[in-house]
Design a protein around this ligand. Structure first.
Ligand SMILES: Nc1ncnc2c1ncn2[C@@H]1O[C@H](COP(=O)(O)OP(=O)(O)O)[C@@H](O)[C@H]1O
Ligand SMILES: [Mg+2]
Length: 232
């Protein structure tokens, strides 16, 4: 299942318990505002809210299990080639949005041992987020840069854009499930991307791009499966 399909189904499933929680919370308020307040009904309504919230949490856990449980495949592949393929998939969105692409893929990159399709999903999501972020940019070039780099025993990938960037105070929040600033957003993309990268022994984080925009970087362990960032 693609991340996009996954997030749509999550949004659909989670809406129901959240709507139920809202209704029960409203009912609790009404019982409290009654004269005299009906505390028995309040207690019952609030325990329903707890139940609704638990159901939503279970749905979210299931998604993360879905990513974790399926043991990532251990393909041996050329990451640059896999990234080029992703650009083929995203080309339509990129052109439509007037975004120019700067690729700097390192020559002589060691082969990656990991799940090729899942890692392509991560890159695709980072690209689409960047393109969406730059949709708001009118006064400067919309530029997406992607780079790969061999850093000792691990590989470093960066996806950078010239969009509005991320408030440094939110650089971790963007990875939380359901954090979104988009009207039609689900807010699960980055959370799933992080689960995927972690499951493959890497790390994914966000920082400010220079001179402006956002930079998403992730590492992947080297061929011996050493954890990313481990020193010799
Ligand atoms: N390249 C980016 N530039 C600025 N903000 C970003 C970028 N990528 C993600 N974000 C922020 O992180 C939030 C969460 O992203 P994501 O998990 O992919 O969910 P969604 O795309 O559905 O909002 C976005 O709504 C946006 O606020
Ligand atoms: Mg997204």
């Amino acid at each position: 299942m693609t991340i996009a399909a996954l997030t749509t189904s999550i949004a659909h499933e989670v809406k129901q318990p959240i709507a139920a929680a809202c209704n029960n919370a409203r009912a609790a308020l009404n019982f409290l505002n009654a004269h005299p307040p009906d505390l028995g009904e309040v207690r019952e309504a609030i325990s329903c809210v707890v139940g609704d919230a638990d159901r939503a949490a279970v749905i979210i856990d299931r998604i993360h299990d879905h990513v974790k449980k399926a043991p990532p495949r251990k393909d041996r592949f050329d990451l640059n080639e896999a990234i080029d393929e992703v650009f083929g998939l995203a080309r339509g969105e990129i052109t439509k949005s007037g975004v120019s692409v700067k690729k700097s893929l390192a020559a002589g990159l060691l082969p990656v041992h990991g799940d090729r399709v899942q890692l392509q999903q991560v890159v695709l999501n980072l690209i689409l987020n960047a393109v969406e972020a730059m949709g708001l940019v009118d006064d400067r070039v919309r530029e997406l840069s992607i780079s790969t780099e061999q850093d000792r025993d691990h590989i470093l990938v960066a996806v950078r854009d010239s969009g509005p960037g991320i408030d440094p105070a939110h650089s971790e929040r963007v990875f939380e499930p359901f954090y979104t600033t988009k009207s039609g957003g689900v807010g699960m993309g980055l959370s799933i991307c992080r689960s995927i990268v972690n499951a493959q022994g890497g790390r994914l984080w966000a920082e400010a791009n220079e001179p402006r925009g956002a930079a998403f970087r992730f590492t992947l362990p080297g061929p011996e499966g050493k954890p990313a960032g481990a020193t010799a």
